[in-house]
Design a protein around this ligand. Structure first.
Ligand SMILES: [Fe+2]
Length: 380
């Protein structure tokens, strides 16, 4: 049976994690999902995160990951208590533990930001800049990565960030910043500041931005799909998915540029992003977060969008989070996830979604409350 915690895998794969998670994987994922959403989406999900963390440590505390989630929960409330949870985790974590990379570095725990760097990933064609900013729920940093693509004499910045002045200068030296592109409902936080940093640039968003309450204020000059962009940048809308994301493919470097449809998990993310990704079962290099099951709205539409993606010739993938450079193996993972999704029928998806909500009834309740409360805004 398909796992609802590890998308792309079967339920029997969950049980291989018993030892490293310190107990029942189902129970571990249910608790950590609640902590992850309870901390980062407190306006949407009502979770007693302290109680959830206490119970998680009681049931899974023989291994270190449970203590890290407790440390995350305590980090904003009582730094000394959080430090004790981190110390407990460090005592238990042996160097050969498969999840050893979950542990925070000292800099990550102190929430120290690294200086920005403009990294060329395809010569004279594509550059990337990581930006660190506090994630909701604790004073710990999350990272998001801007991608700069050279199209003729002009530049497109995909997923704009708050550029440090020196980095903005370096970008200007590469060419004229013409387009600021955000690919989905999220990731609009820095569009306005980037517009000020690059006067004359055009902000391009998606239809999702126009209806999503937190992003409706955005001043956009056009939408992906209808705005005129050079042909070398292919535009692939992912339909049937609540993220309303539009994937981009730079056909010259054969690079897929994704925001959140695929999660590029791995050690290079921030500490909280690693905890978040494990909670949602995205433990490999590239995959789906478990909450994708909630986001998928129409399997036939999703399949058609992924078929369009499959027909593109792809060699690399970069995302809005995680590593700055391209990783080996990620494109193969994209194709594996496409095939996995194409194997899930509408009925199969509903069955998986039913199992998820049976495991997390409070999520269903809170989502219904949220959808009702925002219905008028979304209809407007
Ligand atoms: Fe994101």
């Amino acid at each position: 049976m398909r796992s609802i915690y590890l998308l792309g895998k079967d339920t029997q794969d969950e049980w291989r994690l018993v030892e490293q998670l310190g107990g029942s994987p189902n129970k571990f994922f249910r608790a950590t999902q609640r902590i992850a959403w309870g901390l980062t989406q407190p306006d949407l999900m009502r979770v007693d995160v302290l109680d959830t963390a206490r119970k998680l440590v009681a049931s899974h505390g023989s291994q270190f990951p449970a203590h890290l989630y407790a440390a995350w929960v305590w980090r904003a409330r009582d730094p000394d208590r959080a430090q004790r949870s981190l110390d407990d985790a460090r005592v238990l974590a042996t160097p050969d533990h498969p999840l050893i990379d979950l542990l925070p570095t000292e800099a990550e725990w102190r929430a120290e930001s690294l200086p920005q760097r403009l990294v060329e990933i395809h010569p004279d064609r594509m550059w990337r800049v990581a930006h660190m900013f506090p994630m909701t729920g604790a004073p710990l940093l999350h990272n998001t990565v801007a991608t700069v693509v050279k199209l003729g004499d002009d530049l497109a910045i995909i997923n704009p960030i708050a550029f440090e002045p020196a980095i903005a200068d370096q970008v200007r030296q590469l060419g004229n910043v013409r387009w600021l592109i955000t690919q989905g409902k999220g990731h609009s936080l820095f569009v306005e500041s980037a517009r000020r940093q690059f006067p004359g640039s055009i902000a391009i968003g998606t239809a999702g931005h126009l209806t999503h309450p937190p992003t409706r204020h955005l001043q956009l000059d056009g939408l992906l799909g209808t705005a005129k962009l050079p042909d070398e940048l292919a535009v692939i809308p992912i339909e049937g998915h609540l993220l309303d994301e539009v994937l981009l493919v730079d056909r010259v470097s054969r690079t897929l540029i994704v925001q959140d449809v695929f999660a590029l998990s791995g050690a290079a993310q921030s500490f909280v992003a690693r905890l978040y990704a494990l909670a949602w079962g995205s433990v490999e290099q590239l995959g789906y977060m478990g909450f994708s099951l909630i986001m998928w709205q129409s399997m036939p539409k999703l399949h058609a969008s992924l078929a369009a993606l499959r027909s593109e010739e792809l060699a690399h993938v970069v995302g809005a989070h995680g590593t700055v450079t391209c990783r080996a193996g990620d494109i193969e993972r994209v194709h594996a996830m496409i095939e996995y999704t194409r194997g899930i029928t509408t009925f199969g998806h509903r069955a998986m979604l039913g199992r998820l909500f049976l495991a997390q009834p409070s999520f269903l309740r809170d989502l219904i409350v949220y959808l009702r409360s925002t219905k008028n805004q979304r209809d407007a």
